[in-house]
Design a binder for this molecule. Sequence first.
Ligand code: ADP
Ligand code: 5GP
Length: 193
Amino acid sequence: MDHFSPNRLTVLSGPSGVGKDAVIEVVRKQAPWIWLSVSVTTRRKRDYEVDGKHYHFATRTEFERYIQEDSLLEWAEFAGNLYGTPRGPVEVRLREGIPTLLKIDLQGARQVRKAMPEAQLVFLAPPSREELRRRLTGRGTEDPDTIRRRLEHADEELAAEKEFDVTIINDYLERAADELVGLLGSPILASRN
Ligand code: ADP
Ligand code: 5GP
C-alpha cells in the first residue's frame, strides 16, 4: 500500500490582504514541488485571475451541489461568498506524499483541524494592522464597502492567531516565503521502496 502521509497537509490562513497570494506566488517559484489546492468559489473573478488556476469559479447552485455530494473537505462563507476545498485532489496528493498547501480562511482552518488533527496550521500575520489596511486598500481590487467588511473580519482573524501551530510575519515577501517552504518540506519519494 502507498505510504499515507496526512501530516504533509499544511494550511495557510490569515486576514484578507495580509499577502497570502503574494507569498504563495513566491513559494511556487522557489518550490515547484509543493502542490497548492485550487478552491471553488462563488466570488466574481478578479481581472488577473485565471479560472482553474487561482480558483474554480462556480455558481451558488453548483457550489450547493458540491456540498450535498460531500465533495468538499471544508467550506465556508466569507464576506458574502462561498469558498471550499475539493476533497479528492487533496487526498490524492497526500497519498502520494506530495507537500500540500491549502490557502483558506479561519473557519476552514478550524474544520481542517477537526477533520485532520495532524495537519500543520500556519498563520500569516501582518507587521501591523495599519500595514494590513494599506495592503488591502492598495490592492485596488475591492470597493470601499467590501474593504470595510474585510477589515472588520480581520480583527476576528487576528485574534485567532493562538489557535495556529506557527506564525509567519509577512514583513518581506522572500523571507516569509522561505519560512513557509521550510515548514512544508520536500516530497517523500526517497523514503518509498
Ligand atoms: P491576500 O491573498 O492575503 O488577501 P494579497 O496577496 O492579495 O493578500 O496581498 C495584498 C496586497 O499586499 C497586494 O497588493 C500585495 O502586493 C501586497 N503585499 C503582500 N505581501 C507584501 C509584503 N511583504 N510587503 C509589501 N506588500 C505586500
Ligand atoms: P479572496 O476572495 O481574497 O480570494 O479570499 C477571501 C478569503 O477566503 C481568504 O481568507 C481565503 O484564504 C479564503 N479562502 C479561499 N479559498 C478558501 C477555501 O477553499 N475554503 C475556505 N474556508 N476559505 C477559503
